[in-house]
Design a protein around this ligand. Structure first.
Ligand code: ATR
Length: 292
């Protein structure tokens, strides 16, 4: 990869960002297409977001991804938000248009595209979503927007599931939404009512973490998604392999949210096969855990 005096600079802001795989697959895509562009990690501490955002135009940065903990914090600095970013209340992609900063959220489309790749769809499905944090918000709104029949949000802190439920119902009054806790009895009660389970919690990231859903509640009618991609097989995925009609991890979502950002910035069809290969190669060499 050659950097010239004319190279367009893209990057990712977050804290920390050293673990991010986005530079690897975006640079692979630029390289493959012969674009004079590069993508760099830009670690930005919480208290320094203000100066960092104000510098984007001055530094002629062409586009950014935004990750934890800045996905919500960047919003007041942006000139415009996409419909998804507004609903989710978080931005993972900034497009620079002259002096204007446009905010998008490609996590939801990344999830839906990866699900389609696995031959699945949310349309007409009854879906149990575990978790009510940032990743859950993107998935819940994508599922509602994709005409899921019913969404049950289960979270350790049940109040957060309840508040997410209310927000989804406001935007999608025709979708049935329920909220519950994530205890043994809560999950026993709901697991038979659904045909898809999506884990958006961080349970499974650490070696030895248990499955967020006890093995005995998994069944043949279920398709299971774990947004964790490293380790590639969590305990939940291992159970699903044995007991369910299908499963996927979070690698596809990571790839496709990035591909969607790439398209927004460049207006060029992203070379997804190259990005996927770069991602897989990087993961093989990298022991640290990861989740979408
Ligand atoms: P992200 O933005 O990546 O989704 P987050 O907003 O911190 O991260 O959300 C983490 C989610 O994982 C939350 O739903 C959290 O549950 P609480 O709201 O009760 O904190 C869930 N989570 C984290 N550790 C968990 C654990 N050990 N068991 C169950 N849920 C857990």
């Amino acid at each position: 990869m050659k950097i010239t005096g004319k190279s367009k600079v893209f990057g990712i802001i977050g804290w920390p960002v050293s673990h991010s795989l986005s530079p690897v697959f975006h640079n692979a895509a630029f390289d493959y297409l012969g674009l004079d562009c590069c993508y760099v990690p830009l670690p930005v501490e919480v208290g320094r977001l203000d100066v960092a955002i104000k510098a984007i135009s001055a530094l002629n940065i062409a586009g950014l991804n935004v990750t934890v903990p800045h996905k919500e914090g960047v919003i007041p600095y942006l000139s415009e938000l996409s419909k998804e970013a507004m609903m989710i209340g978080a931005v993972n992609t900034i497009k620079v248009s002259g002096e204007r900063l446009l905010g998008y959220n490609t996590d939801g489309i990344g999830f839906i595209t990866s699900l389609h790749e696995a031959g699945q769809s949310v349309s007409g499905r009854s879906i149990l979503i575990l978790g009510a944090g940032g990743a859950a918000r993107a998935v819940v709104f994508a599922a509602a927007n994709g005409s899921a029949e019913k969404i049950i949000i289960a979270n350790r802190t049940a109040g957060k599931a309840e508040s997410l439920k209310e927000q989804v119902q406001k935007h999608f009054p025709s979708v049935k939404v329920e909220a519950t806790g994530m205890g043994y009895d809560d999950l026993r009660e709901v697991s038979n009512k659904v045909d898809m389970i999506i884990n958006t919690t961080s349970l499974g990231l650490k070696q030895g973490d248990p499955s967020p859903v006890p093995r005995e509640f998994l069944h043949r009618d279920l398709f299971v998604c774990d947004l964790i991609y490293n380790p590639p097989e969590t305990e939940l995925v291992r159970y699903a392999k044995d007991l369910c009609r299908g499963y996927m991890n979070g690698l596809g979502m990571l790839l496709h949210q990035g591909a969607a950002s790439f398209k927004l910035w460049t207006d060029i069809k992203p070379p997804v096969h190259i990005m996927r290969q770069a991602l897989q190669d990087a993961l093989q060499q990298r022991p640290s855990s990861g989740r979408m």
